[in-house]
Design a protein around this ligand. Sequence first.
Ligand code: PEP
Length: 254
Amino acid sequence: MTRRKFICGNWKMFKTGAEAAQLVRELRTRLSESGVQIAIAPPFTALESAHAALAGSHLQLYAQNCHFEKQGAFTGEIAAPMLEAISCHGVILGHSERRTLFAEDDALVNKKLRAVLDTRLAAIVCIGETLSEREANRTWEVVSRQVRGALSGISSEQLSRITLAYEPVWAIGTGRNATAAQAQEVHAQIRGLVRELYSAPAADAMRIQYGGSVKPENAAELLGQPDVDGALVGGASLKADDFARIIAGAKLTI
Ligand code: PEP
């Protein structure tokens, strides 16, 4: 089965609303309609201006996080239906920065995922091991626990709205990407686990992005791996030229 490549830019805590609109305008001059699904995930405060700047384009809008309740006394939080109401297409969940800096565990990621899937939103669910876990040969133990935890109680019908993002923590923002072989190995294991938990068709359809120091120089090789179906891009998504060149790299692999 051919899975449509999916590239999402995670802007993290960068860009005001005005700066986001400017970056979207720059991206639009560089990106043409292609077989690649493209999304950007600006900070909450820039979502509306990014949405306005995206009007009429094929780029999708993602948020970087949300709360698991629909509404309530949760000062400082944002609910999934609120993101749906401002035309977000989806939400990134379980990013390693949320797991390590904001103490999100597998159970919380699962609660958030259920909340997102209660709306019409899609989700990108991040998983990945730290350097010490990799060095202790615990990569698959950690990643498989995270996948099982995130997908607990999720039906096969809901699975079509989920993209998994394998992001080795040691590769995020470090300039040190996983090799294509390292990424492919874990992606194939993740697909095997989805097959075991659901079915062969579900595993074949599941898109698994790689994230961690994806750059124009390494995108085509990483994305050329049989089980690498896209990329979650941090730093390089903040520069229109670099992001466009990564997408051009993805197109080469179609
Ligand atoms: C990320 O934050 O999801 C990420 C992959 O960051 P970077 O591309 O900067 O390593």
